[in-house]
Write a protein that binds this ligand. Structure first.
Ligand code: M6R
Length: 358
């Protein structure tokens, strides 16, 4: 039930800090550190390459997950869109393991890949929010997202739960391999939950940003680099899906290779700049589009990348976990933009909650 909330989407956005805290409980080992099923850690450690398969928002969580798994657990990882992988399978490594990410566990495109790779005899792991769903039942290994029912068609809390569970995999496998972490993941993720809460409290600011940048436009760009680029892809999808504004998530450095031609007077360009190593370069990209008339805003991180004049400043969290916090403004901006455009937030046109056809 959505109770006092006007929309399920808003309720589900607000639930994210609680979901993350629940996940930290569910995946807590005896020593207080993160623990996952040892059989899963073993299977992943035995693989020479991981293949993450997913669609839509789950694919975007997979992109972030790949970076975490490669950086923290040091296992080569690829991410593929299910519907592409089905008929355009890359050359596989000798010992692959497949990770399926699916909120519903019923997505036909993902299931088609699962069936195919099982036939080839490869191990499979499903991350899903729905216990007993098809992808849950048919995979060798499974991990639950514990996000509670997600009713709004636009995925929000499942997205952050997916990124959190992928970070648990990265950490648990790293620990299993004896890799020393230079941070305490439980502590850092608790800080993420707090940071999410602080952003949820900034609804007035995010509503104002949606009003200011997105109320009259028919198109918009999100730009970022590294992890922020993946966040931009999700930000654009959310905006398209519920407000029908044509949006694109773009790698900052790629703009000058063509897309910058689309920038006109007043084109909204929102930049995520949470990563210190690319802060200067993304700000240069913002200047390039500002000079061509774009209506720009920077979303940065307190004490890391923030500079005077930035529109939205996120509380500081560990650099690997910034997408979990960025999720809140991107979702709320899309939500308020959809309201301004008088769209049916929870049930956008032409879309279904689970896509059970290929
Ligand atoms: O249930 P799944 O995670 O497999 O669904 C995948 C996509 O259909 C889904 O994420 C879709 O992109 C959402 N509506 C996005 O908000």
């Amino acid at each position: 039930e959505k109770g006092a909330y006007p929309h399920y989407m808003l309720k589900e956005i607000d639930e994210q800090p609680a979901v993350l805290r629940r996940l930290l409980q569910e995946y807590k080992g005896k020593t207080g550190s993160i623990a996952i099923d040892p059989a899963i850690t073993r299977a992943i450690s035995e693989a020479d390459r991981l293949y993450i398969i997913a669609c839509g928002t789950s694919y975007h969580a997979g992109l972030v997950g790949r970076q975490l798994i490669e950086q923290i657990a040091q296992i080569p990882t690829e991410v593929h869109i299910s519907s592409e992988f089905s008929y355009n399978m890359p050359l596989l490594s000798k010992k692959p393991l497949f990770i399926f990410i699916s909120q519903s566990g019923e997505t036909a495109d993902s299931r088609a890949v699962l069936v195919k790779v099982k036939k080839l005899g490869y191990p499979t792991l499903t991350l899903t929010n729905v216990e007993g769903s098809t992808l849950y039942r048919e995979a060798d290994y499974k991990m639950l997202l514990f996000a509670g029912p997600e009713i709004a068609v636009a995925s929000t809390k499942a997205y952050t739960a997916q990124m959190a569970v992928l970070s648990f995999i990265a950490v648990a496998v790293a620990q299993g391999k004896g890799i020393k972490l230079d941070f305490d993941p439980v502590h850092e993720l608790s800080l993420v939950a707090q940071a999410m809460e602080r952003m949820i409290d900034e609804k007035a600011l995010l509503k104002e940003a949606a009003c200011d940048y997105l109320s009259v436009t028919r198109n918009a760009f999100y730009i970022g680099r590294g992890l922020d680029y993946y966040v931009c892809m999700e930000a654009a999808l959310k905006l398209k899906e519920i407000s029908y504004i044509q949006a694109e998530g773009f790698a900052g450095g790629e703009l000058k290779h063509g897309t910058i031609a689309l920038i006109e007077d007043g084109t909204p360009v929102l930049a995520f700049a949470t990563q210190e190593n690319v802060n200067n370069s993304i700000r240069n990209n913002v200047q390039e589009v500002t000079a061509r008339g774009a209506h720009t805003a920077i979303i940065s991180m307190e004490g890391v990348t923030a500079q005077p004049g930035d529109k939205i400043v996120l509380p500081k969290v560990h650099k690997s976990f910034t997408p979990l916090v960025s999720a809140i403004p991107l979702q709320l901006i899309a939500y308020y933009a959809a309201l301004q455009h008088e769209c049916d937030v929870d049930k956008p046109r032409n879309l279904a909650k689970s896509v059970t056809v290929e």
